[in-house]
Write a protein that binds this ligand. Structure first.
Ligand code: PEP
Ligand code: MG
Length: 539
């Protein structure tokens, strides 16, 4: 039995076998072979296995994210049938008498370079796909387990670190806990764990190579530790805690259908934060009054190209229809910093959190922004939609946004396309936005305070830097003063204001926020009923 401590991201407890995700584990070495037939047979078998995996991924993506996004796995399957690609691998093995892994890796690199040198953007992007496909083939050749993030049974995922793109690909049904060696408690992976309502630990100092898949693990997010190969007594204790956790959950379930009102009759809207259409189930299950933050950039992550207008339209429409008339606030593309996609071609930046991200990308590449706005406005006819813009720092930015919104409306009118203009708000997540919130309140319909970034920018502490977790203090007086200022300025202009950053779910602050005048709290679905319980006890 081994104990390893970590920083808890979600306070729950889970027990099950672990799956260890190792990255860049294979260094493909060139080896001479003596029998080319058996090497060619290995390639054939690896291709068969790869195709099966890709088919499984396609089926899963089809249900979760729709046909357009799933199509990428069909493209990958087709690449495995491409005669030029296969001939190149076979020729290398036959003429150079070298091992299959090496032939696949070199062919993948060569083809990828060839694609990337092409003029056409679509073909350029295929360069990444061919590397993906070749890496899958190599993994299957060396017998390394598929890292599709697909699991057959409830699993504790243990990884070095997880990017937002990887987490979107995960089979969320089967993950019972996350453990990462790196990563900060404020990262998007941590946020995802909270959305999924599962225990998670980051900063767990463990040697991944020493761990085997299937090793029994207890992730204790209450105590903040990972227990590997627990003995019988420890397992029994964990089972008791899991049972207690379930009982607490049942108690909360009895609050379903009840209102979020204080004893003196003040109603607070409690909404859910989601990152994907597939998270909607968690929102409904936990009786969310609406969606207070749909992080739309997750539609852009884990892909090889921009989601089309129609793909986005289908996703927004599905969210609105599922929420059946309840408010749905979609945050426009907030990509950059830790949320990266290759196809955007973002240059390396020394300071990405202060760099080319979010609304700055949308204003400088208005075509990307317009496609999203068109999809949003078209979908808005299916429910009560609002949009909000991230990372605002000036009145000028909001004016530029509104000018683009006007252009989009004009184009839709000219094309005779049916649409509705949703209510429009801004996120208050920079100190500049706080200081001009009196002016911004005159321009928009509502504010949503992003305390994650507001803390980062106010305290000058990188929220991604795990070494700085002790300095990242959202309870700093400066943050409370700012929140109060924003609430007062919004209310003076007759506008409502909410909090959609993680601080909104801090149960030790709920009463204080209500007293400060907050109108809405948008939190991970798992926190909704806990907030309801507290709100209903406030005088
Ligand atoms: C925030 O910054 O508080 C926020 C809600 O946005 P994100 O965490 O996605 O940056
Ligand atoms: Mg933010």
């Amino acid at each position: 039995m081994r104990y390893v401590v970590g920083k808890s991201v979600y306070k729950g407890i889970a027990m099950g076998p672990c799956a260890v995700l190792k990255k860049d584990g294979h260094q493909v070495k060139r080896r001479r072979i003596t029998c080319k037939e058996s090497e060619l047979e290995r390639v054939r078998q690896a291709i068969l296995r790869s195709k099966e995996q890709l088919q499984r991924l396609y089926d899963k993506a089809l249900v979760e994210v729709g046909e357009t996004s799933a199509a990428i796995f069909e493209v990958h399957q087709m690449m495995l049938e491409d005669q030029d690609y296969l001939d190149a691998i076979h020729n290398m093995i036959e003429t150079e008498m070298i091992n299959a892994e090496y032939a696949v890796a070199v062919t993948g690199d060569n083809f990828s370079e060839m694609f990337r040198a092409m003029d056409d953007d679509y073909m350029k992007a295929r360069g990444t796909d061919i590397i993906d496909v070749s890496e899958r083939l190599v993994r299957n050749l060396i017998g390394e387990e598929d890292s599709d993030l697909y699991f057959d049974e409830p699993t504790v995922v243990i990884a070095d670190d997880l990017t937002p793109s990887e987490t979107v690909q995960m089979d969320k049904e089967k993950i019972i806990a996350f453990v990462t060696v790196h990563g900060s408690a404020n990262s998007h992976t941590a946020i995802l764990a909270r959305i999924m309502n599962i225990p998670a630990l980051v900063g767990v100092d463990i040697e991944l190579d020493s761990l085997k898949n299937g090793t029994m693990a207890i992730v204790d997010g209450i105590e903040g530790n990972l227990i590997l190969e627990p003995d019988e007594a420890t397992c029994a204790k964990a089972k008791d805690k899991i049972l207690e956790q379930r009982e607490n959950e049942m108690l909360l379930q009895s609050l379903k259908g009840k209102e979020n009102v204080t004893l003196s009759g003040r109603k607070i809207n409690v909404y859910a934060n989601i990152g994907n259409v597939s998270d909607l189930g968690y929102a409904i299950e936990n009786d969310a009054g609406g969606i207070g933050l749909f992080r739309s950039e997750f539609l852009y992550l884990g892909k090889t190209d921009f989601p089309s207008e129609d793909e986005q339209y289908q996703a927004y429409k599905q969210v609105l229809q599922t929420m059946a008339g309840k408010k749905v606030i979609v945050r426009t593309l907030d990509i950059g910093a830790d949320k990266k996609v290759d196809y955007l071609g973002l240059a390396h930046e020394e300071n990405p959190a202060l760099g080319y991200r979010a609304i700055r990308i949308c204003l400088m590449q208005p075509d990307i922004f317009k496609t999203q706005l068109r999809a949003l406005f078209r979908a808005a006819i299916y429910g009560d939609m609002a949009v909000m813009y991230p990372m605002i720092t000036s009145v000028k930015e909001v004016e530029r946004i509104f000018a683009i919104v006007d252009e989009v409306k004009k184009e839709l009118d000219e094309q005779g396309v049916c649409y509705a203009v949703p209510k429009q708000g801004v996120m208050i997540e920079t100190p500049a936005a706080v200081m001009i919130s009196d002016q911004l309140a005159q321009m928009v319909d509502f504010f949503s305070i992003g305390t994650n970034d507001l803390t980062q920018y106010t305290l000058a502490v990188d929220r991604q830097n795990e070494m700085l977790d002790e300095f990242y203090d959202p309870h700093h007086t400066a943050i409370f003063k700012m929140i109060q200022m924003v609430i007062d300025n919004a209310h003076n202009a007759g506008k409502w204001v909410g909090i959609c950053g993680e601080l909104g779910a801090d149960l030790s602050l709920t009463e204080q926020f209500v007293r400060m005048g907050i109108d809405e709290l948008s939190v991970a679905p798992s926190m909704i009923l806990k907030l309801r319980k507290i709100i209903r006890q406030i005088q």
